[in-house]
Design a protein around this ligand. Structure first.
Ligand code: 9MR
Length: 388
């Protein structure tokens, strides 16, 4: 994302102070600070104009792509403006939290589908596809899980949960994130597995089991392995890409019913360590296994960007366009989902707020549901994408 950097970098000593949580880098001249890194990636002359006003789902469809977003039920239920924009822009809906264990499982022997059913019907009523997130994850497990689930009964719980939930939505779900975030090199376990209750109770075979059970119930749904922190050219993410590729190879060689990799794509505005060639190679390696690729949770964190709205929005938009234009070169990429649609409702407000207390702006519509430059950036990337 240094593509449009206008400064002559050889004249400067570039000091990266960036940590894993986001880039805070500075460029210094001989003896004084010249500009912050985010200023350097900011290009006032970049052209984000697009032809016409057609919504994203139409632009995506013109290229054989599907575009959609995540939302919580509460928001769609209470905010007419969100509903209108969601229906206009999105070809697919993914419940942000309503299909997770803590939402569906009030007690060990009960399922509560009230909210997820509402969302499934909302999608159907509005001619949208519906996506499932997620059947097996180490987070958002119910309170009772820890006390009740143990090595003796974990398989029964896993199989029963996947069977019941996939049965309920069979025929309505386009794709399931069957397993989410199973790899974490920082956990330093052999094989790169993430420490999770599932791993602890069942060993790494829980992954294969989950896909077998889901496929046995819903043979039509696309079964996805969904993972975070795969995008940047930093050692941790490089290690993760290698481990994910190994996992996918292993699953495919065993004949496991897995059909796609979901790359979450929670990007960091101003982060420069994106290596388009390396990332293209990774996408190509995944595609060579006969798998499709989905961008499942795209958004651009702005916590380290300047407060100025115009500049902040420009950097965020540049980040969307640069990333998507690389990713969409790969024809195995068939869907793009953003993790929300509007800055009014985003997990960043709670999980990664700005230190200056200003509202975050990681998405494509502003908090009044007006299109931002990020919307243009995505539209442009779709318009330029090769046809599938
Ligand atoms: O956006 C979700 C937020 O509302 C939840 O509180 C949070 C709980 O961990 O999960 C968020 O969604 C996550 C998704 O399920 C998996 N990938 C990372 C997402 C952002 O944290």
């Amino acid at each position: 994302m240094f593509k449009n950097l206008s400064v002559n970098r050889r004249r400067f000593l570039y000091i990266s102070l960036s940590g894993l949580a986001g880039a805070t880098a500075i460029i210094v001249g001989k003896d004084k600070l010249i500009m912050s890194h985010s200023q350097a990636v900011d290009n006032r002359n970049r052209d984000f104009r697009v032809a016409g006003l057609a919504p994203l789902k139409k632009r995506a469809a013109a290229k054989g792509l599907i575009y959609g977003a995540a939302s919580m039920q509460d928001f769609l239920l209470s905010d007419k403006n969100l509903e209108t924009n969601f229906v206009r822009e999105c070809g697919i809906l993914v419940p942000e939290n309503e299909l997770k264990w803590d939402a569906l499982r009030p007690s060990p022997d009960k399922f509560d589908f009230a909210k997820s059913d509402w969302l499934a019907q909302f999608a159907q009523r509005n001619g949208m596809l519906f996506r499932g997130h997620t059947l097996v994850w180490h987070q958002q497990l119910p309170q009772w899980f820890k006390e009740v689930v143990n090595p003796q009964n974990a398989e029964k719980f896993l199989v029963e949960h996947i069977t019941t939930v996939t049965k309920r939505y069979a025929g309505q779900i386009r794709a399931w994130d069957v397993v989410n975030e199973a790899i974490e090199p920082n956990d330093e376990l052999p094989g790169g597995w993430r420490r999770s209750p599932w791993l602890e109770h069942l060993g790494p075979n829980y992954i294969e089991l989950a896909y077998q059970v889901a496929a046995g119930v819903d043979s039509k749904a696309m079964l996805v392995y969904n993972e975070n922190d795969l995008e940047y050219d930093i050692p941790h993410q490089e290690a993760k890409r290698t481990l994910v590729l190994k996992l996918l190879e292993r699953l495919k060689s065993k004949g496991t019913p897995i059909h796609a990799l979901g790359i979450q794509s929670h990007l960091r505005g101003g982060e420069t360590r994106f290596n388009a060639n390396k990332f293209r190679k990774f996408l190509n390696d995944v595609a060579s296994l006969g798998l499709k690729i989905l961008v499942t949770e795209l958004d651009v964190g702005d916590r380290n960007l300047p407060a100025d709205l115009a500049r902040r929005d420009r950097i965020v938009a540049a980040c969307y366009e640069d990333y998507l234009s690389t990713v969409l070169d790969e024809r195995a990429v068939i869907e793009v989902l953003t993790w929300g649609l509007t800055d009014k409702y985003t997990w960043y407000s709670q999980f990664l707020p700005r230190s200056d207390g200003k509202p975050v702006r990681p998405l494509l519509l502003d908090s009044n549901l007006k299109r931002k430059l990020a919307w243009n950036a995505i539209a442009k990337a779709f318009d330029r994408a090769p046809k599938r």
